[in-house]
Design a protein around this ligand. Structure first.
Ligand SMILES: Cc1ncc(COP(=O)(O)O)c(C=O)c1O
Length: 376
């Protein structure tokens, strides 16, 4: 058959796929960038020094395929064994590996999705989950959260009849994104006990929260916790995340990952990060203090600010629709995030930057409300 179009080579599943849409990374001078939940503070100086020092003849060599030193360091930190840890190219990769390792692609013959092919998550939450399910040919079960974004109780889930306690894989973002709401470990544990399929607790923002639930991954054989160096540890650029859980689940994930999935400089930077935790913990405290002050300042301006245990705020702006606010703030060189999806389209998500970035945002918001035209 003659080749008529490159399209004929692309799998129907890939043609249909709605790709994940990452936040913009614009190169605009003096832009206050509060759209992708990056940390406003740089990595600790020794982390930069050690990473730079590794840029030498070693670049011709493959990195450690098992990231053994980093896994050993993390195991010490989390009081588990290196066998309980898998490192990934960002936590996005470990989430994708979990779908590939634990969920069967849906059979085209069966009309009703089978639980073994079901990826389940609450909506709204991290918009990558449905993409991972679709890319794998799995079915997905998005279950709406209540308007306050709290975890529904087990009784509510049972009565709602939508939730599948035996779905092959369930993602729970905790603390929740994009609302910022924190969930108590006690509540998550009740949830774990009721869920029969695998449960991934995505703790991407947990360092800014009051509690974490890592212990659940070490206590229950069907619970995994995903973490990242991106947000709290100022390492988005290096792409290092990890998953913690039962050694047999982790071994299954190792089997299907790329041999050298974690780049060498990323491994070095992440290891060095673990040597300087007090520096990062001081940054968490600064970010939390800025978050609390920004909440108060925006509330005073008429924004409805949702309580947050993360490094971002979800806010409902006054007077204009949220999409308008996005443009009006952008005109003033402040970039925040707006999601088109109906469940959050009336909100803006604002990353917590430095105290001075927060002050610039508040000034810009005040100018928008005063109806001043943008400076140009
Ligand atoms: C809830 C959640 N999980 C995971 C990630 C992935 O982070 P990374 O791949 O940088 O580790 C993000 C990034 O935005 C996120 O918001």
């Amino acid at each position: 058959m003659p080749v008529t179009s490159p399209q004929q080579f692309i799998r129907p599943l890939v043609k249909r796929l709605h790709a994940y849409v990452p936040g913009e990374q614009p190169q605009i001078p003096d832009l206050v960038k509060l759209n992708t939940n990056e940390n406003p503070y740089p990595p600790a100086r020794p982390v930069l020094r050690l990473t730079r020092a590794a840029v030498d003849g070693r670049l011709r060599l493959y990195p450690d395929p098992t990231a053994a030193r980093l896994r050993a360091r993390l195991a010490r930190l989390h009081r588990c064994r290196p066998e309980n840890i898998l490192i990934g190219n960002g936590s996005d990769e470990v989430l994708a590996l979990a779908v590939r390792a634990f969920v069967e692609p849906a059979s085209r013959r069966s009309r009703k999705p089978q639980v073994k092919s079901l990826v389940q998550y609450f909506t709204p939450s991290y918009s990558l989950y449905p993409v991972l399910a679709e890319a794998h040919g799995a079915a997905h079960n998005p279950v709406p959260l209540p308007p306050d974004f709290d975890l529904p109780g087990l009784g509510t889930l049972r009565r709602g009849r939508r939730w599948r306690f035996n779905a092959a894989l369930t993602f729970v973002t905790t603390p929740h994104a994009p609302s910022g709401r924190g969930y108590a470990t006690r509540t998550l544990e009740q949830f774990c006990r009721a869920q029969q399929g695998l449960l991934v607790l995505d703790e991407a923002y947990v360092d800014f929260a009051a509690e974490h639930a890592l212990e659940l991954a070490l206590r229950y054989p069907h619970v995994l916790v995903a973490r990242t160096f991106s947000k709290a540890y100022s390492l988005c650029f290096q792409r290092v995340g990890y998953m913690v859980g039962h050694a047999e689940l982790i071994a299954a994930l190792h089997k299907i990952r790329d041999s050298y999935n974690v780049n060498g400089l990323g491994q070095i930077a992440a290891e060095a990060t673990l040597d300087h935790l007090p520096y990062y913990r001081a940054n968490f405290r600064r970010i939390i203090a800025t978050r609390e002050k920004l909440s108060r300042d925006l509330t005073r301006l008429g924004f409805r600010v949702l309580p947050s245990q993360t490094n971002f705020l979800l806010v409902q702006p006054p007077r204009y629709p949220a999409e308008d606010w996005l443009k009006r703030l952008r005109d003033r060189k402040v970039l925040v995030r707006w999601f088109r999806t109906p469940d959050v389209s009336r909100y803006l998500r604002i990353t917590i930057g430095t105290a001075s970035e927060a002050a610039i945002l508040v000034r810009a918001a005040r100018a928008v409300l005063a109806g001043h035209s943008s400076p140009g």
